[in-house]
Design a protein around this ligand. Structure first.
Ligand code: ADP
Ligand code: MG
Length: 701
């Protein structure tokens, strides 16, 4: 499409003007010609079908009938005033009713003439009828304007309707729009792609999606436009990826050295799973390639990402570099720090923890050690990215639960060395493959798709309030066996007061049910000072308390292998991925673990499906797929920046095959012509130079 007309303000379209332009902007976010063109119909009325009156019944959403108007009469008074017509074909009779525009209709409708009528049938006083049908004089043999085969239906709103911009009104605007710009519409893809993928040309597709001649043409148009939506996202993402590997030289890790080997051979308390080994190999290969590593590691909760991170960092240290690990919360950073210290033992590498609550004088020591290079590994929160934190030679960065960090925060880490460090991002929130391809298309993706051996799948139960005593009994049994229990209350960000109410109300019952000195309870919630939180956490970790009552602050990462029961209160208030994360806090030891979902008895359909899914499966990827279907991509972290939300036609849950086709095609294009320099790729080159701002941090993920 020629850029000029696509960005032409909508008020310049014939039939729009300033006041209609305002509502189009405010109600539909349509600001330009291009926006209106992309306001696609959301469904189509099939006008190829005709019905006999005998076949028409009130359950039909709409019916189209050819017949004769035999009678027209105005009846009723004032508000009850209406125009009633009799409409007959050779099988029966129906009533037509109008409440508005009566005098105009009385003048224009011809009693005795044949009409094609279209509308929604209903039954009133035992009489089949149609209110405000569309009427068009019937001319046998002539193609009717009104019965164009598929009539577009557009989203509209009450406010738009006040400006006569109902579906019909918008359709008229589309006609005006296409009349004014159809001749300027241009192809966006190279011709060879149209042939390869049998795509309808873009100008035809844009016309056909608004005014399809038949179902087949419509399907082709939709296919073509979906293709474009996915194609251009992939084009941008993969171009970035290419820039990363070509432009950004990475630190070369030549050796697998002493520290890595000593750790692997002498300190590692278990053998790695095959998946862990594979991912470490992938990281090893990247870091030996001379290019910068940009890799996402996806691994379900408990799959053992920490040790993968640690071994990658040792690889860096072996090659004379420093490494850091950044976690989104203080508790998590502490947890990582402690487990890394424990895994490493003495003498392999120096590790420090840097968070907001580290005292000034300790912080100064850390700063000095970082700058003179005596510190090998730094673990911390976003305190790591402050400007005062300077490394001697940072070579490897691990970001845990990366979706909790913004792009800019990551970019700051990127700039902590003149040659940017390798970037490994880890997430325990599995993302469906399609979404990962769109969100993280510019990253390499590794998946740890295997849990360490000997883990028993967690048993999940859904209980109603009436079973609370049974649940308490079960908790006691487990505690008697020496196990520990989590009880989690919902956290609603907007209202921390309510959160505490939930927690406090629950706590009273709990204290009665689980009295001292036999039972000891830890409490952790977001309103507590960090020191107290840490203290309570540690009591639970050390086994001094048996019950941990918490809000979702414990959601990510916390690792207490002896905890075997996760009770989630008001489970219907949690999202699926959150429930799955919470469940992942148990099942980390050798014991059978349980997750108990407590809920009220009144559940929405969606809540029910969420809880059922949790009970049915432990597979994070399966859960993520259901989550995507339930919520759409909009609520999934990271989608805002990705362009996924601009998808109007493509659907990541149903268009997986198309996405794969598109992605492979884009990969092929860059393989054949990395700079898009060949003449046949001119349109793509243009697209990228026109739209891509030259912001460096865009290339960092
Ligand atoms: P997550 O992927 O959720 O971050 P962690 O790295 O915290 O998982 O690992 C979960 C637990 O499993 C930890 O106690 C860790 O020591 C242990 N673990 C990791 N890898 C293995 C393995 N290959 N075999 C046995 N236990 C392992
Ligand atoms: Mg973890």
């Amino acid at each position: 499409m020629a850029p000029f007309s696509s960005i032409t303000p909508i008020e310049y379209l014939k039939g729009v003007g300033p006041s209609r332009a305002e509502v189009l902007k405010s109600e539909l976010n349509v600001h330009t010609f291009g926006d209106l063109l992309k306001h696609y119909p959301f469904r189509y009325i099939d006008r190829t079908q005709f019905h006999k009156i005998q076949q028409v019944h009130p359950d039909m959403p709409a019916a189209q009938v050819i017949g004769r108007l035999t009678h027209l009469e105005e009846i009723g008074e004032r508000k009850g005033k209406r125009l009633v017509g009799h409409f007959k074909d050779d099988t029966g009779i129906m009533e037509l009713v109008w409440f508005q525009s009566i005098s105009w209709l009385k003048k224009s409708l011809k009693v005795g003439a044949a009409y094609v009528i279209y509308g929604r049938p209903s039954v009133f006083n035992n009489q089949l009828s149609m209110t405000h049908p569309e009427m068009e004089l019937y001319h046998p043999g002539v193609k009717q304007a009104g019965n164009m085969s598929l009539q577009p239906v557009y989203n509209s709103t009450e406010k738009l309707k006040k400006f006569t911009l109902d579906s019909r009104g918008i359709q008229k605007l589309q006609v005006a729009l296409l009349e004014s710009i159809a001749h300027q519409l241009q192809e966006a893809l190279p011709d060879y792609l149209l042939h390869e993928h049998r795509l309808m040309p873009l100008p035809s597709a844009l016309v056909a999606i608004h005014f399809p001649r038949d179902q087949q043409e419509l399907a082709q148009a939709i296919h073509r436009l979906k293709f474009d939506e996915l194609f251009f996202i992939q084009l941008k993402l993969l171009k970035n990826k290419l820039l990363n590997t070509h432009k950004f030289k990475g630190h070369h890790f030549d050796v697998v050295g002493n520290r890595f080997n000593t750790f692997y051979n002498e300190h590692l308390p278990f053998s790695l799973t095959n998946a862990q080994k594979r991912v470490i190999k992938e990281i090893r290969k990247d870091t030996a390639s001379g290019a910068q590593l940009n890799r996402l590691v996806q691994g379900d909760v408990g799959s053992g990402k920490t040790v993968v991170a640690l071994m990658s960092m040792l690889l860096a240290v072996d090659n004379g570099f420093q490494a850091c690990l950044m976690a989104p919360t203080e508790i998590l950073a502490q947890q990582h720090y402690h487990s890394i210290k424990k895994l490493l033992g003495e003498g392999i590498a120096s590790v420090q923890l840097l968070t907001g609550s580290v005292a000034k004088k300790d912080r100064r020591i850390i700063h000095t050690q970082l700058e003179d290079g005596t510190l090998d590994i730094l673990v911390g929160t976003h305190a790591l990215i402050e400007d005062t934190v300077r490394f001697k030679n940072l070579g490897f960065v691990v970001i845990d639960e990366q979706h909790r960090f913004g792009v800019e925060q990551r970019a700051k880490l990127w700039r902590k060395n003149s040659t940017p460090p390798h970037m490994l991002v880890m997430t325990a929130t599995p993302i469906p493959r399609t979404l990962a391809m769109t969100l993280y298309g510019d990253l390499d993706i590794s998946v740890i798709d295997e849990l360490p051996a000997g883990r028993k799948p967690i048993k999940t139960l859904h209980l109603y309030e009436s079973s609370r005593l049974r649940m308490f009994g079960f908790m006691k049994e487990e505690i008697t066996k020496g196990r520990q229990v989590y009880i989690v209350y919902p956290l609603i960000k907007e209202s921390e007061k309510i959160d505490l109410l939930y927690l406090e109300a629950g706590l009273e019952t709990l204290m009665n049910e689980f009295p001292l000195p036999q039972y000891r309870i830890s409490i952790v919630h977001g309103k507590m000072p960090v020191k107290d939180k840490e203290f309570e956490m540690q009591r639970f970790v050390k086994g001094e308390t048996q019950i941990m009552v918490a809000t979702t602050v414990i959601e990510v990462g916390v690792d207490v292998p002896n905890a075997s029961v996760m009770v989630i209160e008001n489970a219907e208030r949690f999202g699926l991925s959150q429930l799955h994360q919470l469940r992942g806090r148990v099942g980390r030891g050798a014991e059978q673990s349980y997750c108990i979902l407590m809920s009220g008895s009144k559940l929405s359909k969606e809540s029910k499906l969420r809880l059922e899914t949790m009970v049915r499966t432990n597979d994070g990827f399966e859960i993520a797929e259901v989550d995507l279907q339930l919520r759409g991509p909009g609520d999934i972290a990271g989608t805002q920046q990705s362009g996924v939300l601009d998808l109007k036609l493509a659907d990541l849950t149903t268009d997986q095959a198309l996405l794969t086709e598109v992605r492979n095609s884009v990969i092929g294009i860059f393989e054949a012509d990395g700079q898009l320099a060949k003449p046949e790729n001119a349109r793509l080159r243009e697209y990228l130079t026109e739209r891509e701002p030259t912001v460096a941090w865009e290339k960092i993920s």
